[in-house]
Design a protein around this ligand. Structure first.
Ligand code: SAM
Length: 249
């Protein structure tokens, strides 16, 4: 019997456990390093990152943005990841990262001049998004720039079909995603059989949170954030990027 888990944190943990390259942690798929780099470079430009900045990145993936920030020569750069498994890998690459969830950041009030949270809220359970935005506001200094990117304004694609049987599952994965994905799943299935562990497929394709532009702006204002501008994402035409500030008191 194959069961499914739509828990995205478990999906991040499993990605870290089965990773081929560090970029897998960006969860954009194989061969998308250049897209991740271009997206992070655009974020650096949108927030106008400078050497006197203290950057907090929530959900820092493979650390691409943190590496670009080091090139800018920021005063400090701290990244958060959902699981200790991801933290171990990104820390081994020399970056300053810790485990934390979007709605509970181990950061003192008003300590960041720039807060970035890109391609993360869409996988956070909807009920935790308002508190996550309040956390961004709390850790930001008055006058800080807060970038929140890749917020879908439409629901995600339909759920993957479920199969009772391993062969059907593998054939489907091969047809839809190719050899690497189906071989990866075959390896995990073999491990589950040999170890006697239950077969749990972690579904990483499900969007938990989406909001229209107006809905998201209203959520952000409720959290205390002041909108600066927003625009359609250049790679995903169903997502918006937002730049906010925290009003000076
Ligand atoms: C899709 S990746 C995006 C990585 C990077 N921001 C980028 O744009 O390339 C999602 C990231 O969010 C983190 N994440 C997932 N759920 C989270 C949560 N509830 N709280 C904090 N981080 C989370 C994961 O550890 C992962 O680094």
């Amino acid at each position: 019997m194959i069961s499914r888990s739509y828990n995205y944190v478990e999906y991040c943990r499993e990605t870290a456990a089965n990773l081929k390259t560090l970029h897998d942690l960006a969860l954009r798929g194989e061969g998308k390093e250049e897209i991740t780099a271009a997206i992070c470079q655009r974020i650096i430009e949108e927030v106008g990152l400078r050497p006197d900045d203290d950057l907090v990145e929530i959900g820092c993936g493979d650390g691409t943005l943190l590496r670009l920030a080091a090139k800018v020569g920021v005063r400090s750069a701290l990244g958060f990841l959902a699981t200790e498994q991801e933290v171990a890998l990104v820390r081994a690459a020399g970056l300053n990262v810790q485990q934390a969830f979007t709605d509970r950041l181990p950061v003192t009030d008003a300590s960041a001049s720039v807060v970035v949270c890109n391609n993360v809220l869409l996988i956070v359970p909807r009920e935790r998004v308002p508190l996550s935005l309040r956390e961004m506001h709390r850790v930001a200094r008055p006058g800080a720039r807060i970038f929140v990117g890749e917020i879908p304004f439409l629901p995600g694609p339909p759920l993957e079909p479920e199969f009772e049987n391993s062969w059907q599952t593998l054939a489907y994965l091969y047809r839809k995603y190719g050899l690497r994905t189906s071989l990866g799943m075959a390896r995990r299935m073999a491990y589950w059989k040999v170890s006697g562990k239950p077969m749990v497929i972690r579904d990483g394709s499900q969007i938990s949170f989406h909001a229209t532009t107006d809905e998201f702006l209203a959520l952000a204002r409720d959290a205390g954030l002041t909108p600066v501008r927003h625009w359609r994402h250049e790679h995903w035409d169903t997502r918006n990027d937002f730049l906010f500030t925290k009003a000076a008191v």
